[in-house]
Design a protein around this ligand. Sequence first.
Ligand SMILES: [Zn+2]
Length: 483
Amino acid sequence: MLLFLLGSLVLLLAIMIFRTVQLSAREPDVEPSTPLPVNLDEATQRLSRAIQFKTVSQQDASMIDGDEFHKMHRFLAKAFPLVHEKLSRETVNHYSLLYRWEGKNPDLKPIMLTCHLDVVPVEPGTEADWDHPPFAGAITDEHIYGRGTMDVQSGVMAILEATEALLQQGYEPERTVYLGFGHDEEIDGEFGASEIGKLLQERGIEMEFLLDEGLPVVEELIEGIKSPVALVAVAEKGYLSLELSLTAEGGHSSVPQGTTSIARLGKALHRLENTPLPAKFDAHLTATFEAIGTGMPFYLRFVMANLWLFKGLLRRFLATIPATNAAIRTTTATTIFESGVKENLIPTLARAVVNFRIHPNDSVESVIAHVKKAIGDDAIKVEKLFGHIEPSPVSSITNTPYRQLSRAIREIFPEVAVAPSLMVGATDARHYTGISRNIYRFFPLRAEQSDLDRVHGTNERLSIQNYGEMIQFYARVIRNTTG
Ligand SMILES: [Zn+2]
């Protein structure tokens, strides 16, 4: 019996080690691509010019400086002569741009690359903290500085550079290529990408593949372990705010009776925060960890390759880190609590707002059902606030477009593992769900942990070498998906 047990154990261990070794070999080898001839110095100069336009999105959409967008449009026409000769360009809702590059085969569905023209403002009072002024487009030996170098005028410019270079080579795509540049992504894209999406839908166009900006190449996903991962977001979370309100007996505080509305609602909120929505280890999450595992040290690869055994442990561990917890479940955050007007008066009404970021495994309705069950108090009214959004559909990771995209990533970043992931914030991509089932969100930016604070922050900058990779990457994407 003991021998049998021991034998089984050895066999099990052997299988686990085999799976671990197999995991490292799972990513097929890709030949690094021959780079397209691009003069990186000149391209960097053009990016520097683009950074100088103050295409800033203020929270109040009416504060838009239309002149800056129009100046940028004119600059693009001059900077990319072939693009503007061979592609059609239309202006959508005054400031957004839509390009169309006719493909050779009208029977094939088109593809679309998108990014946005607007940038976030520089926080007043932080201007002096920048090593180079945020709208100067300063170029140093290694970097280009300025608002928009990471998010995401570099993307707009790299897409146009790639297109211009492909045209110079005489490249003719089989599929039609659309390039869409919205002008208000930083304030929800309601007037830019949303209008582009509607326009294309009215025209009855369905994209075979759509790539928007999104997650970067993270150089160090787990602190201390250098193992770069390209995170390709295949979905993005939804958004919901619920108002919880309760009316109870009020009165003078000298003669209190029963539980106050404040205490009762407080208790309900406490129960809700202690009953998180479940995290599910679905096929996508498993694929994420298997992909991440490929470049990791043996002991971590051992865990990632044997998720059938370690799932529960890993889930509990991920829940302890706020960033990964947000990636595996719908999050719950109480953001407003209001009650009471006078210190000696027991208020009748207590009200709270709880904000949820909905994981694609849940929906607005399932979250509401969960909340009602978790608080277990029928006297508390639960109501949706305006502006909720369902999570996006989840794009496939086994179809041809995803394979072509991962291939492009590994042709340009050969040392990188490609992992499907989830966008926790919102992007313009959600405005395009009506025109494509295959939507991916990835931006070919190499991001060190310390770089992430620069996005929307101070000293936003991009390495010139990385900018060169971006241009080559978009050229590979166009070739792989339309060749
Ligand atoms: Zn952005």
